[in-house]
Design a protein around this ligand. Structure first.
Ligand code: SIN
Length: 320
């Protein structure tokens, strides 16, 4: 009922953490049994350590949150030595009674294609379940074009990672573009196994009394329920245009939110900003999903993309 898959990777259920909102999972392990969630997605890991952006880096907004972390992390060497073994320990805790346990998804960031390739090689050698390529952080790359604002750059970055990867590769896309479908098609051309949509929307906050922007780097990425309608629309558009599985992310707080994304075409859904205030939420969403699907006698696989099937039927049964 709850099972799903991300390309060749089967999952016990469609609920994963969103990168950057739950550490590696280890930090949140006392709040719920993480053995029951579908997957854990790491904070973006980069080749070299990064100190991140000047504070303030987080700001609560109505129905959302702005962040300007700047990919702070201790770099790939530290991650492989200290963090990955903990993620694997959490994954192993869920591998019983025929379950796969939470899948280990590593989100990798880079300033160049060479960086992405290096990171992909290191993590594939170390053994992970899936790579999420962060082509879309709005808080770095000072003035340089984000990979995921250009279809050809997206294609090149994905193709380079795919050459060295032995696990499914998902491209995490930015919503800060005119045409997300063109970028998703670029990822598909590059051989991506799937798409993660969406990263944060660029925003800002102002303290007018101090006559200053609030975030240390002025602009940041907006996440949380405020962006859910945008994420739903983009997931729906991508699902209509490419044949890749989609991991949806954007404002999820409940099992109902997850099912909305599944109907729009997502194979799995990441929970992010809501876990800052409710770190046990993911496991509860899994329980609620079981109850909702049981009550309707349906499954994730049956619901996935139903909005598109309805549209096809209305259009006379044309295949997508
Ligand atoms: C950040 O670390 O600045 C956020 C990461 C992202 O939006 O990709």
């Amino acid at each position: 009922m709850l099972t799903t898959s991300l390309a060749t990777l089967p999952l016990d259920n469609p609920v994963l953490s969103a990168s950057g909102t739950f550490g590696s999972g280890w930090e949140g392990r006392q709040f719920s049994d993480l053995g029951h969630v579908g997957g854990l997605v790491s904070k973006t890991v980069t080749r070299a350590p990064r100190h991140g952006n000047p504070p303030p880096r987080i700001w609560e907004t109505p129905s959302g949150m702005l962040n300007s972390i700047g990919l702070e992390n201790k770099g790939v060497d530290y991650f492989l030595a200290e963090t990955l073994p903990r993620m694997k320990q959490l994954a192993a805790s869920g591998r019983k009674d025929g379950k796969h346990g939470p899948r280990v998804v590593i989100n990798i960031g880079g300033e160049s294609i060479d960086d992405f390739v290096h990171m992909a090689e290191r993590f594939c050698q170390a053994g992970v379940d899936l790579l999420e390529v962060n082509l879309s952080c709005p808080n770095v790359q000072e003035g340089k074009l984000l990979f995921s604002t250009d279809p050809r750059m997206t294609e090149r970055a994905v193709a380079a990672v795919k050459k060295v990867a032995n696990v499914p590769v998902f491209a995490k896309l930015s919503p800060n573009v005119t045409d997300i479908v063109a970028i998703a098609k670029g990822a598909e051309q590059g051989g991506a196994d799937g798409i993660t949509a969406i990263n944060t929307l660029i925003g800002m906050a102002v303290d007018w009394r101090k006559r200053r922007p609030i975030l240390g780097k002025v602009i940041g990425g907006l996440s949380g329920p405020a962006i859910k309608p945008v994420a739903l629309r983009m997931v729906w558009q991508i699902a209509a245009a490419v044949r890749l599985p989609i991991m949806a992310v954007g404002g999820v707080r409940s099992a109902d939110d997850v099912l909305e994304f599944v109907c729009a075409g997502a194979s799995a859904v990441q929970v992010g900003t809501a876990m800052f205030t409710d770190p046990g939420l993911m496991a509860r969403i899994v329980d609620d999903l079981r109850q909702r699907l049981g009550a309707e006698r349906t499954s994730i696989r049956e619901l996935r993309g139903v909005l598109h099937h309805a549209a096809e039927n209305a259009a006379g049964g044309c295949a997508r």
